[in-house]
Design a protein around this ligand. Structure first.
Ligand code: URA
Length: 429
């Protein structure tokens, strides 16, 4: 194959053939096509786009660059495009498993403003989020749910390509994003896929139109690959729930799994899990919602989470002890009375990152106890001096006050209560 012919074709805006895409990705994975030619193709795709068929071909080629799993039972996974305080996977995956769906969930580590589910789980002492594929298969088969970091055997082409896109300004392209996300999710083998496409200040997709485009493309691509799929476009202007960090997010997820509070985030968990159940078993969505509510209320969703943690070597008693450890804390307070009309998710994420809850570069060490815990949500009525949030870190107190000053800017207090409602902006089937 002459890579240059493919590059010329895409630069001129012409559609690539299925065989051309397959061969290009295969040779890139094997190191025969060099990084500079792959980067050039990524840039041409960014500028010229790809049609649905090309995107499906690119997805399939990347999926087939590594191992592809399949499961002999009803299976589903939920994928979020990443949000602030987004601990929903910790609730949704065990909840769906408690309803009888097997949940093979290969997840990621956090980088930049986006937290990673694997990092959150690793704040549980002993939790091994780096299972081999054989162990992953065993845990999913025997426990019904496993959450572990994607292994090197899954979609190596995406791993190589994503590293190039990151440094060549070629991340922001719908066909590249879709093929990257979908190739990994398809290789995981679940027969039903539920996408939570986040939209707003704390999300990759800032506007409903951008989020819609990505959501529709993910659903179309998953269906083209023979999977059942749905995407929910959901609001990510304010953080989800109260906790933004790692251990504090796990603690909040446990409290949701135990049914200790309701709220828009709990309703979103139920909706996402219900779609997984409805598509995988399959069953009517309304019945799936009912089943999810029952499994949350009767403790079986928490029991599934506990069973998964134990199978991964985690210890929830030691997690409770860890949470008791002294940390450096700083509380911020309302400067005036009124209603919380907005909490800027991006600013909260920046504060959590600066505290040590996330990574600026791959490989940075995370402080599992670092993070922000909100004392109020959007719509709350506050009086001057009321607590807004607590910042926390272990290690040393330096920088806490500076982070606190930045975090203050995330809160908007107005004199009228803002409109509140569901986090779900759109459902695309
Ligand atoms: N997440 C991915 O896995 N890939 C992308 O391209 C963007 C977000």
């Amino acid at each position: 194959m002459i890579a240059k012919i493919v590059l010329d074709k895409k630069r001129e805006g012409r559609a690539l053939g299925s065989a051309e895409i397959r061969e290009f990705i295969d040779l890139f994975t094997k190191g025969i096509i060099p990084d500079y030619q792959m980067s050039a193709l990524a840039m041409a795709i960014c500028c010229r786009g790809m049609n649905e068929r090309e995107t499906a071909d690119l997805t399939e080629a990347m999926m087939r660059s590594g191992e592809c799993l399949d499961w002999p039972f009803a299976s589903a996974d939920k994928h979020s495009t990443g949000g602030v305080g987004d601990k929903l996977s910790l609730v949704v995956q065990p909840l769906a498993a408690a309803c009888g769906v097997h949940v093979p969930s290969l997840t990621g580590r956090g980088l930049g403003l986006t937290g990673g589910t694997a990092d959150k789980l690793e704040s549980i002492p002993g939790y091994n989020a780096s299972l081999s594929l054989a162990e992953f298969r065993r845990v999913v088969s025997e426990t019904g749910v496993s959450m572990t970091v994607q292994t090197a055997e899954i979609t190596p082409a995406d791993k190589k390509l994503y590293a190039l896109r990151d440094v060549t300004g070629t991340v922001a392209s719908i066909p590249l994003i879709v093929s990257s996300i979908l190739s990994k999710k398809l290789a995981e083998g679940a027969s039903a896929l539920v996408f939570d496409v986040k939209c707003g200040r704390g999300a990759f997709m800032k506007t409903p139109a951008e989020a819609h485009e990505l959501a529709a493309a993910l659903v179309a691509g998953a269906k083209a690959a023979g999977r059942r799929a749905v995407a929910l476009v959901t609001d990510m202007n304010a953080p989800l729930g109260c906790a933004v960090g790692n251990a504090n997010e796990v603690a909040e997820a446990i409290s949701l799994l135990k049914g200790e509070r309701g709220g828009a985030d709990v309703e979103l968990c139920i909706e996402l899990a219900a779609w997984m159940v409805a598509l995988a078993l399959p069953m009517e969505l309304e019945n799936a919602r009912e089943l999810c509510r029952t499994r949350l209320a009767d403790g079986s969703a928490f029991a599934k989470f506990e069973a998964m943690v134990v199978r991964h070597g985690g210890n929830l008693a030691r997690f409770a002890e860890l949470r008791e450890r002294p940390t450096f804390k700083f509380r911020i307070q309302a400067m005036r009375s009124g209603y919380i009309t907005a909490i800027d998710a991006e600013k909260v994420a920046r504060a959590a990152l600066a505290l040590g809850a996330g990574r600026l570069a791959a490989g940075d060490r995370i402080d599992p106890l670092a993070g922000v815990t909100l004392a109020v949500g959007v719509g709350a009525k506050v009086v001057a001096g009321a607590p807004l949030a607590t910042l926390e870190r272990s290690g040393d107190p330096d920088g806490l006050e500076k982070c606190a000053a930045e975090l203050m800017k995330a809160f908007v207090i107005g004199s009228q209560p803002p409109p509140t409602g569901s986090l779900i902006l759109e459902t695309i089937t």
